[in-house]
Design a binder for this molecule. Structure first.
Ligand code: V55
Ligand code: FE
Length: 486
């Protein structure tokens, strides 16, 4: 086990409370379970849990996004549960381990690195564990993924699809077609820091990269997620932008622009990037995660996203001189509708859900119209501050099931001092059953007192509360994304 003393870290929001560095690798079997684990829940809940191994030498509010990737596994087998967590052995992490101190400076600004860091790949592989074609990849949108052994959690090296990938980057939000098993992905800043080049690539169900194309974005934007339908690939561009001269001057990677247009790039998913059509969206909006996208019978495309009127991350608004409070962002689940064959470049927006993030649908609805989905939100009736933590600074305390066929929403609200991490969906083998949601729930009892449980919730009956709770053996920092591997 690594030294778990967080000494040397600054007393700043990124390093205190729920965000306190843990720096501990471990494996623990036979976790204590309360309730009954459903038979359907047999497999591994992989989680990306960033944790800084060394105190920073620069002041950087964005450091919450550049903590070293750790891969956490919660395994369910025969009614027993075990867990393990390990650092991803990135080139950056290994170099800092060897040096015994931080070598890399501000979030996504290599010009702030120490001289020894020059020419060492600086991605931290901390965002999503992606399971596809028997490969477990730890991803981060600023670089190429790292391959991790799904059993030992040992890092097998950086992954370029057997030499086939040209892009310098790959998104942490891939989309897997439920019928073809193909993985659709992209990378922005694909041709280098602050470049406007985007790669778009397809990996077949055996893990072979079969096609990669490059195209130019209207400007260099933070493209955190994208979407597919049966026939299209959809690339949203929101006006959070990077600039090489600002980076060279030691500045922030991202500045948000309230007065710049957003865009949705639409192309046939097996087509040529020269067929891309750009639809113009509202100015100044921002989104991290899409719930889904699909085509209707008339051939129109619907694109469902957790949208807000500015960037949801306070440190990015601050760097941009934008004085908007979190509560004034007008968050909403927004459906953008475009006609890929019609004239014009306009997007029409319909609000289909409340503010929130971490949207989830059943994997077999990817790219198809979803009848329901789940997401996290803030309990509008909570009378006390939320738990502090994560990149927004406040953790979600309510799980929602939204029904798009007309049924009322369902909610599971946590008591004060508790919060959800992003759930994963586990399908059920029982016909008609909507499956299960797994989420690590953090409980805060005092400024530095936290306990964590993995909850298993009936995805069709949220209000019933967890059917099983697994006590996690150690303190955990906030998770970014998770993945269920049966
Ligand atoms: C996000 C997370 C990131 C990142 C960019 O949740 C955006 C959004 C954990 O890393 O680098
Ligand atoms: Fe994300």
């Amino acid at each position: 086990m690594a030294d778990a003393n967080p000494g040397g870290f600054p007393h700043e929001p990124n390093y205190i409370g729920l965000n306190t560095p843990q720096r501990a690798e471990y494996a623990v079997d036979d976790l204590v379970v309360t309730g009954t684990i459903p038979d359907d829940v047999a497999g591994t809940f992989f989680r990306a849990v960033p944790d800084p191994a060394f105190p920073p030498y620069v002041s950087d509010a964005g450091a919450i996004l550049s903590a070293d990737g750790m891969i956490s596994a919660i395994r369910f087998a025969g009614g027993k549960v075990s867990t393990a967590i390990r650092y991803v052995g990135t080139a950056r992490h290994l170099a800092e381990q060897a040096a015994g101190r931080a070598l890399f400076g501000k979030y996504r600004n290599p010009f702030t690195d120490r001289p020894e860091a020059k020419s060492i790949d600086r991605t931290v592989a901390n965002t999503t564990p992606v399971w596809h074609a028997g490969h477990l990849l730890m991803t981060k949108e600023d670089g190429r993924p790292y391959r991790v052994d799904p059993v030992t959690l040992e890092t097998l090296g950086q992954y370029d699809f057997d030499g086939a990938l040209r892009s310098e980057t790959m998104t942490a939000h891939v989309r897997i077609d439920p019928e073809t098993g193909e993985l659709f992905a992209f990378g922005y800043e694909a041709a280098g820091l602050a470049s406007t080049t985007i790669s778009y690539f397809i990996v077949d169900r055996t893990g072979k990269l079969v096609r990669e194309q490059w195209f130019e974005a209207p400007y260099c934007a933070m493209m955190h997620d994208f979407a597919i339908t049966r026939n299209y690939a959809l690339f949203p561009i929101y006006p959070t932008t990077a600039d090489l001269d600002r980076l060279k001057a030691g500045g922030d990677h991202w500045v948000h622009h309230q007065d710049l247009d957003s865009w949705l790039g639409v192309m046939p998913r097996y087509g040529d990037v020269s067929d891309m059509r750009w639809f113009r969206g509202p100015r100044g909006v921002s989104c991290y995660h899409m719930m889904n996208a699909f085509e209707d019978e008339a051939g129109r495309i619907h694109f469902d996203q957790c949208l807000s009127d500015s960037n949801a991350f306070p440190f990015i608004r601050e760097a941009s001189g934008i004085a908007m409070a979190q509560g004034d962002l007008n968050g909403r689940l927004a459906r953008w509708t475009v006609d890929p064959k019609g004239p014009g470049d306009t997007i029409s927006e319909t609000v289909i859900g409340p503010p929130g993030d971490f949207p989830v649908i059943p994997a077999d609805r990817q790219g198809r119209q979803q009848s329901h989905g789940w997401m996290l939100t803030m309990n509008p009736e909570r009378r006390a501050p939320p738990v502090s933590g994560g990149p927004v600074g406040a953790m979600f305390d309510m799980l929602l099931r939204l029904d798009f066929t007309g049924a009322p929403p369902q909610a599971l609200a946590l008591p004060m001092g508790s919060c959800f991490n992003e759930p994963v969906h586990v399908p059920s083998k029982r016909p008609g059953h909507q499956g299960w949601l797994l989420s690590v729930v953090d409980h805060q009892a005092g400024p530095d007192s936290f306990a964590h449980e993995c909850w298993i919730i009936d995805a069709g009956d949220l209000a019933a509360g967890p059917v099983a709770r697994v006590a996690m053996p150690h303190r955990l920092r906030p998770q970014v994304h998770g993945w269920w591997a049966a």
